[in-house]
Design a protein around this ligand. Structure first.
Ligand code: ADP
Ligand code: ADP
Length: 221
């Protein structure tokens, strides 16, 4: 997998709020890139624009060299997946995924592969309605992984996770990068990304403040 996420000069206004003010950075394959900044800095809006869920007033967002809407393989963000919800509580985890795989024209075997990937194989035949928040989050991630995305974007994935879930998520993010994917993970807490992110893009007020390898950032303070 060799796709990058390329964000170039994005501008976006909501009424009198300038949400994105020339947002530009690149997320290369094979790395976890942290996307750090206070609430309101423009992280979610940037991800929504990359996913084609929001339209920028100016600038471009590309995956590889194509805009998202022309891609056949889906990307993922935990936030929008959970919002998209559509989780029917009476369905088992496996049936939920089978239904999603079918609706995307993907082979049923992907269902078992992604359940394994997120560590839910042992509860595949359990009704998802009884799942904890952490398990639902993993199911959402499994759904996002059905199409084997080359690029993964997660918006505040640690929010609401218990300590065990956080440990799992950290390892999972590293394994995604190790498999050559471009991984972008947002957080309003730099510390959450310590030991996971190779590179950090720090943002504030809709633009990039710092863009550096974690090792270089640490050496400069
Ligand atoms: P972050 O993800 O870093 O917390 P956001 O991208 O959510 O930041 O928000 C950036 C700015 O844009 C904030 O001031 C937010 O209030 C505003 N904003 C985001 N989405 C909308 C929207 N749909 N309507 C109006 N304002 C919005
Ligand atoms: P929408 O109705 O919002 O356009 P779709 O129904 O087209 O979304 O989504 C189809 C599939 O594409 C989803 O099941 C999901 O796997 C993938 N997908 C779409 N948007 C996202 C997203 N924001 N994050 C992850 N996957 C997504």
């Amino acid at each position: 997998m060799t796709d990058s996420i390329i964000v170039d000069g994005l501008r976006k206004r909501f009424g009198s709020t300038l949400a994105l003010d020339g947002m530009s950075f690149t997320v290369p394959p094979g790395r976890v890139t942290g996307f750090v900044g206070p609430n309101g800095a423009g992280k979610s809006t940037t991800m929504r624009v990359v996913l084609g869920l929001d339209r920028a007033d100016a600038g471009t967002a590309l995956i590889g060299n194509r805009p998202y809407r022309t891609l056949d393989r889906p990307l993922c963000t935990v936030g929008s997946l959970l919002d998209a919800g559509a989780l029917q509580p009476s369905r088992t985890a496996r049936n939920h995924l089978l239904w999603l795989a079918h609706s995307q024209g993907l082979p049923a075997r992907r269902t078992d592969e992604v359940l394994d990937l997120v560590g839910l194989a042992s509860v595949a035949r359990t009704r998802a309605g009884g799942f904890s928040l952490g398990m639902r989050q993993r199911l959402g991630i499994a759904a996002a992984m059905l199409g084997d995305p080359s690029v993964v974007m997660l918006d505040e994935p640690f929010n609401g996770m218990d300590p065990e879930g956080i440990i799992w998520m950290r390892g999972f993010l590293r394994s995604l990068a190790a498999s050559g994917r471009a991984v972008l993970v947002s957080s309003h807490l730099m510390g959450e990304l310590q030991g996971i992110a190779d590179h950090v893009v720090v943002v504030g007020r809709g633009r990039v403040i710092a863009d550096a390898a974690v090792a270089d950032l640490l050496a400069s303070v």
